[in-house]
Design a protein around this ligand. Structure first.
Ligand SMILES: Cc1ncc(C[n+]2csc(CCOP(=O)(O)OP(=O)(O)O)c2C)c(N)n1
Length: 558
């Protein structure tokens, strides 16, 4: 039923109805709506930058599996747009709301204003302006629909008034209508065509060396159990993308690990040897295929995805199966003939490669070296990641370390990772904690990543968002250092100008901001420090001083 109300009330009640519990923003935007949100119990997280607000909304969305909301005024719009690159690449449903100047101020040097639309175009699925309040019900509902359907992704609403005030101050007869499916991911569990499923089953049965590659779609669909059931039924090795990592526990004998660029060599080798690869909830993009070198050209490809535009995009002659990962995997298993034979020898071979990978790594994971080896840090973090913990990884080496060497050992654990923008992990971990306040959240970042959004420690303290941040502090952009040193070779000069940082203590900075800060220099100190941090009632930073000369492994390529 329509009711006379302000835009502010409509916005707040709609967000509440869609299950939004937190909004992340930089002042000055939608002040009246934020006041209404307070009345409704929506937490208002004021951040120090727009990019951090986006990353928090992104971390929130990935953990809550429903849209995360971030907002900024007109001059902040460009910053907000630049932050949206990561949720766009990471396929995360973020709703970005901005304000823009009224028409009479346009095209005549309005203060703080450039055209917003073009900035948002490459990083959103849906990018619209709201010129009058009467449009808002339709456009806000469509924003949730666009963000959550197909491949999830960011959307943008540009509201009239540089703070969006023209929309929120106006009054109209409005109905707060919540379309419940679009409040979550996936909105619908789309059923595949049984004929396509039967053909996929036939190909899996016939293959001698099949591999399942589980992507973020398996995680989003919560299809881990169905993935496992299919893999076990035919003894098929499973590799995952970084986003797919939470679908399978590390110790499962069929799990060969993360494949692609930030990968284990054993996973890459198994995929290179496969005669059939089934991508499930994965777009087979550059990262997971190592620049489309894995699987090798000519390998039979099956691809299961909820978005038909992804089917066969990257590999010709793909058998595409359109459907939700969970439903499709279940139907696929049921479609297997009773005589389908497990690929026992192939699975044993894959398991053997994983064993060799583990044995190679073991000495580094046990290393007592000082400065600490990152592999040892990963081992200690594995040991104390709580059973219901959420691990949040940054990009670069932090993506490789968390993706390949911090293991998920309990079904209640989760992992979300940066899609490429250095510094994402720390604010994203704060958003993750907002989405799951009862679960421990542990962020793993390098010092280069931590410098980006250090100021959000103040946000975390002020808003009572108590996470644990492990800073792998080698006092440099370590990943860059490796390559720049190689480039310089024996040439005289100062390569360190390009990657070294001063020796500032993040632990001391954290304490200054009212957080717990612990510096760790000895390997034996890592676990007690993380345990203390997990038990603390304030945000915590564990700064581990590590060896800059220990790079993460290069990917194995065929
Ligand atoms: C926005 C952005 N700028 C630059 C990069 C390139 N980059 C990738 S990793 C990296 C270095 C990361 O250093 P740090 O966080 O200290 O981790 P370490 O490599 O030392 O483990 C850089 C600069 C990036 N990924 N994102």
């Amino acid at each position: 039923m329509a009711e006379r109300m302000t835009g502010a009330r409509f916005i707040a009640e709609s967000l509440k109805g869609y299950g939004v519990t937190h909004v992340f923003f930089v002042e000055a935007i939608l002040r009246r709506s934020l006041m209404e949100m307070e009345r409704l119990g929506i937490r208002r997280v004021l951040t120090h930058s727009e990019k951090a607000a986006v990353y928090m909304a992104d971390g929130y969305a990935r953990v809550a599996r429903r849209p995360g909301v971030c907002m900024a005024q007109s001059v902040g719009a460009a910053n907000l747009a630049s932050g949206l690159q990561d949720p766009f690449l990471g396929r995360s449903p973020v709703i970005a709301i901005t304000g823009r100047q009224v028409p009479m101020a346009q095209y005549r040097h309005a203060y703080q204003e450039i055209a917003h639309g073009p900035r948002f175009e490459p990083v959103t699925k849906y990018n619209v302006t709201v010129d009058v309040l009467a449009q808002l019900p339709h456009l806000l509902r469509q924003a949730f629909r666009e963000a959550t359907t197909g491949t999830p992704g960011p959307v943008h609403l540009d509201l009239l008034g540089y703070q969006g005030q023209a929309i929120e101050e106006a009054e109209a007869d409005l109905e707060v209508l919540v379309e419940e499916p679009f409040a979550r991911i996936p909105p619908y569990r789309t059923m595949p065509d049984p004929a396509q499923v039967a053909e996929a089953a036939r190909l899996l049965e016939m293959a001698e060396r099949p591999v399942l590659v589980a992507g973020g779609g398996v995680t989003a669909s919560r299809a881990g159990a169905e993935l496992l059931a299919l893999a076990e039924r035919l003894s098929i090795p499973v590799a995952t993308s970084l986003n797919g990592k939470p679908s399978l526990l590390v110790d499962h004998p069929l799990n060969v690990g993360v494949v692609g660029r930030y990968s284990r060599w054993c996973a890459n080798q198994v995929v290179a040897e496969a005669d059939l690869v089934a991508f499930i909830g994965s777009a087979a993009g550059e990262m997971v295929t190592l620049g489309w070198k894995l699987p090798r050209a000519g390998t039979r490809i099956v691809q299961i995805d909820i978005n038909p535009a992804e089917l066969g995009r990257n590999y010709p002659h793909t058998l595409g199966v359109l459907g939700d990962a969970r439903v499709t995997l279940q139907m696929l298993q049921e479609a297997l003939g009773s005589k389908a034979r497990p690929k026992a020898a192939w699975a044993t071979h894959a398991k053997d490669l994983v064993r060799r990978w583990r044995e190679e790594l073991a000495p580094h994971r046990a290393s007592g070296a000082i400065p600490i080896r990152p592999e040892r840090l990963c081992k200690e973090l594995t040991d104390c990641l709580p059973e219901n913990g959420i691990l949040v990884g940054d990009t670069g080496f932090a993506g490789i370390w968390t993706g390949t060497q911090v293991h998920l050992t309990a079904p209640g654990q989760d992992y979300i990772r940066c899609a490429g923008s250095l510094g994402w992990a720390f604010p994203a971990s704060l958003g993750a904690k907002c989405a799951a306040p009862d679960r421990p959240v542990v962020c793993f970042t390098g010092d280069g990543g931590m410098w980006y959004h250090l100021s959000e420690l103040e946000t975390a303290r002020r808003c009572g968002i108590s996470t644990v941040t492990v800073v792998n502090n080698n006092r440099a952009l370590g990943q860059c250092a490796v390559n720049i040193r190689k480039l310089y070779a024996n040439r005289p000069g100062n390569p360190g100008d390009l990657f070294d940082f001063g020796s500032v203590s993040f632990a001391a900075l954290a304490r200054e901001m009212g957080c717990l800060g612990i510096q760790v220099t000895q390997p034996d100190g890592i676990v007690p420090a993380i345990r203390q941090a997990l038990a603390a009632e304030v945000p915590a930073v564990i700064e581990v001083i590590t060896d800059v000369t220990c790079p993460a492994p290069e990917p194995w390529a065929p």
